[in-house]
Design a protein around this ligand. Sequence first.
Ligand code: F6R
Length: 352
Amino acid sequence: GKSGYDHYMLKEIHEQPRALRQCLRGRVDELSASVDIGDLGDLSPTGIQFVACGTSYHAAFYAAQLFQSAGIPAQAFLASEYATSPPPIGDALVVGVTQSGETADTLSALREARHRGARTLAVTNVVGSTAARECDHALYIRAGPEIGVAASKTFSSQLGALNLLALATTRSDEARDIIAALRDLPGQVQELIDDSDAKEVAEHYQDAKSYFFIGRGHMHPVALEGALKMKEITYKHAEGFAAGELKHGTLALVTEDTPVFATTVGDGEQATKTVGNVKEVEARDAPVVAVTDGQSDIERYADHVLTIPETHPRAAAVLANVQLQLAAYHTANFLGRSIDKPRNLAKSVTVE
Ligand code: F6R
């Protein structure tokens, strides 16, 4: 059952600390700063291609960034486009990111890759799913069953598991810091949920017709995911962008009626540039909701702040996304939407 929550989605948002602990359990050794995901650790890919749909595509996009930063050529593809314009595979590992393991578009991209001689790996929540059975390897995200149609805890656990994959198969000078950040993540997610102001933000902007989400680097996939969640469960227009891209056209739509959720962490160059983009939307009188660890001066230009604890930027992506999940959830709840079963959507999409 829903264990006292109004919706499965809210229950599943609250289950994230536990789901993340489960994902990491027995796989991370802090003393030696090493990760053990069994045979998968021996894969040492020279190139990696991710295929996925929807929320899982956003996780795949984030994962491609992790491998790129380790010097491994990596790309994320929308599974439904993969076979239509097939990229050169070479000896790349092809990774299907799929919560259900049953998404037709993703299965068919993985079959295409196998047909062309690639080794394949399924990153999935469901043991014995078609993706897990058909791929050469499987990495389980261990989030537990997700009932709400909109993916929430499984996205966070995908990011956790994909970090483990990157740590186990590549070298990183930051491994120790990343592992420490992953260890702290479940507790930080709990802290964030307990203190979140997302409900007030949702109440304030529930009548907006359109929402925008911006972020750079790891916060770009988070912006895309924030917008998708908002669309799915509120039935309102929402779009996510790389922070620098909004001004290349969509700024024309930004008015005092379009709240902009802007995510920054740290006080480095990326944060400074995003703050610059925030000034542009603020100058058009758009309400700004800053999702931030408080290190940059974004709060000066923001009407509301959703705080995330300080951590490594990789873990910050998970935290920022939880704030956006809560903002979407509460907005949909104020609007009286069918949150666990949004119109027109199914939990697993078995047609192409
Ligand atoms: C969004 C959502 C969908 C799925 C997509 C892929 O909340 O749930 O976008 O992420 O249909 O599903 P899986 O991960 O099962 O392949």
